[in-house]
Design a binder for this molecule. Structure first.
Ligand SMILES: [Zn+2]
Ligand SMILES: [Zn+2]
Length: 108
């Protein structure tokens, strides 16, 4: 059975399965939807909040980037460790595709 990857939402602080997050978002889809609604209703408040916390946001973003770039995971097809941020790239490589073919050939 495939183990679902989990991630803690930085909005509601709840651990959710990775498919509750779009791409590498730190907030789950429902938090983002709520935030989008809030932004529509209070654009001036949101603007001020951003201005006041700009430095901190930039810093956090940089930290998160660094962390994300270091994260690694196992490619189950190739059976070796790849960088998570390179996953999409890796899945298009010749090596990965060749391994995938091998597995499919075995299964048929
Ligand atoms: Zn959330
Ligand atoms: Zn692979």
């Amino acid at each position: 059975m495939e183990k679902k990857e989990e991630k803690q939402c930085s909005g509601c602080k709840v651990k959710k399965s990775i498919d509750q997050f779009r791409n590498e978002n730190r907030n789950c889809n429902s938090c983002i939807a709520r935030w989008v609604r809030y932004k529509q209703n209070h654009p001036e408040r949101v603007q001020r909040y951003y201005e006041e916390n700009k430095e901190r946001f930039l810093e956090e973003k940089k930290e998160y980037r660094k962390m994300y770039n270091r994260r690694e995971e196992m490619c189950e097809v190739c059976n070796y460790t790849i960088k998570t941020c390179r996953r999409a790239h890796h899945r298009k490589t010749q090596i990965h595709l060749a391994n995938l073919e091998k597995i499919e050939a075995k299964n048929n």
